[in-house]
Write a protein that binds this ligand. Structure first.
Ligand code: PLP
Ligand code: TYF
Length: 390
């Protein structure tokens, strides 16, 4: 049987990790996979996470199962960070193995409810296409971002959404768009909210980088505008980035809107989908997040460290944009983008040459993870980029 299968391509972002690691040059630069890094290139365990882990080590007295939906206190506390303390809607959530698991549960729920189509912006995180396709949804696309001009294609985006049909799902990135870093303005979020409400579309909002853009509250504002307007929404939350819990596979998916009994029914369906694929989610990461959010000192320290992480990203971004300066017209747009990513108009051959000649690693899409820069690298990297930018 096994030899009837064909080998599958590696995820190009994850494959880059191996390529970078096997490069022996000491001045190599990793702008590949989207993880936060500090000035030494390390992805640290956040202070509040370590402190919460110590509390768990001392106090956890059982490893027995928690509950089919995961840790209810985690689910409720995480929602207060994402949706706010009162979003004015009925909400029911289920813990999930990371944001990817949350997206897959949401996609399976849509399919189970008889929904067939999901609209996804171009470009988007490649896994969105794989996850929705594997759930049997048909992926429709709306224009989102034009790489040469570094501009959000808002008129084209809304025109495409106007052609969607009632009951279609629409994927939206809550903040810090992957791979472009380009976000909607508050006024544009309001227009999207009006369209989804009027047309009866179901927003599926992917929140994976809250706090990396303008701030914890600021980065949730667009999401909150949409869920306030839409009859029903799905929200997939990843704790990988803003709690730095990547490998602990921590996240949640929320059904929002409609009656309390409707969201409870949605929750029971999410639980059934989870039970028939992996039974129950892993506990450790959610126990850490619950401990942080339930302990005022830990929560304050988490926010303080998250603010510092955002400060580092902003400083590197401004430094890179300034160093590119008027050598490329897109540098102003890059300076205004948010989060870890920007998508640069570079040719694949040039990106491969950057790896070979300069030890600068980025995916052939032209995406850069700003967090992979060190302050001392900025000038050199900008100088190698300038001749390659359209
Ligand atoms: N959504 C986006 C846009 C992402 O970039 C990621 C990446 O890590 C995820 C969701 C899910 O992440 P995870 O499954 O590691 O929580
Ligand atoms: O886009 C990124 O780099 C992150 C990390 O299969 C990631 O979202 C990339 C690919 C993948 C899982 C996570």
């Amino acid at each position: 049987m096994f030899d009837s299968l064909s080998p599958q391509p590696q995820d190009p972002l994850l494959a880059l990790i191996g390529l970078y690691n096997s490069d022996t040059r000491t001045d190599k630069v990793d702008l590949g996979v989207g993880v936060f890094r500090d000035e030494t290139g390390h992805t640290p365990v956040m202070r509040a996470v370590k402190a919460a882990e110590r509390v768990l080590l001392d106090t956890q007295d059982s490893k027995s199962y928690v509950a089919p939906e995961g840790d209810r206190v985690f689910i409720d506390l995480l929602w207060t960070v994402v949706g706010g303390t009162d979003c004015g809607k009925a909400v029911a959530g289920v813990q999930a193995p990371g944001g990817s698991g949350a997206l897959r549960l949401a996609a399976d729920l849509l399919a189970k409810a008889g929904k067939t189509r999901v609209w996804v912006g171009v470009p988007t995180w490649a896994n969105h296409l794989g996850i929705f396709g594997s759930a049997g949804l048909s992926v429709q696309t709306y224009p989102y971002f034009d790489v040469p001009s570094q501009a959000v294609q808002f008129d084209r985006m809304t025109a495409a959404l106007e052609s969607a049909e009632a009951g279609d799902a629409v994927l939206l990135h809550a903040s810090c768009h992957n791979p472009t870093g380009a976000q909607l303005t508050a006024a544009q979020w309001a227009v999207v909210a009006e369209i989804v409400a009027r047309k009866g579309l179901i927003p599926l909002i992917d929140s994976a980088y809250q706090g990396f853009g303008a701030g914890l509250e600021e980065d949730a504002a667009g999401l909150r505008t949409v869920i306030a307007a839409a009859a029903e929404s799905l929200v997939a939350v990843s704790c990988s980035k803003f709690f730095g819990l990547y490998r602990e596979r921590t996240g949640a998916v929320y059904a929002v809107g409609g009656s309390q009994s409707a969201v409870e029914t949605a929750r029971s369906n999410l639980v059934t989908i989870a039970r028939t694929s992996y039974s129950m989610p892993p506990d450790h990461g959610s126990a850490v997040v619950r401990t942080i959010l339930a302990t005022p000192e830990l929560k304050a320290d988490w926010i303080a460290e998250l603010n510092d992480m955002r400060g580092r990203l902003i400083s590197l971004r401004q430094g890179l944009a300034t160093a590119i300066g008027n050598h490329w017209a897109g540098s102003t747009a890059v300076a205004g983008q948010q989060g870890m990513f920007s998508l640069l108009p570079m040719k694949e051959a040039d990106i491969l040459a950057l790896r070979k000649d300069h030890g600068i690693y980025m995916p052939t899409s032209g995406r850069i993870n700003i967090a992979g820069l060190k302050q001392a690298d900025v000038a050199r990297v900008a100088a190698t980029f300038v001749p390659l930018l359209g």
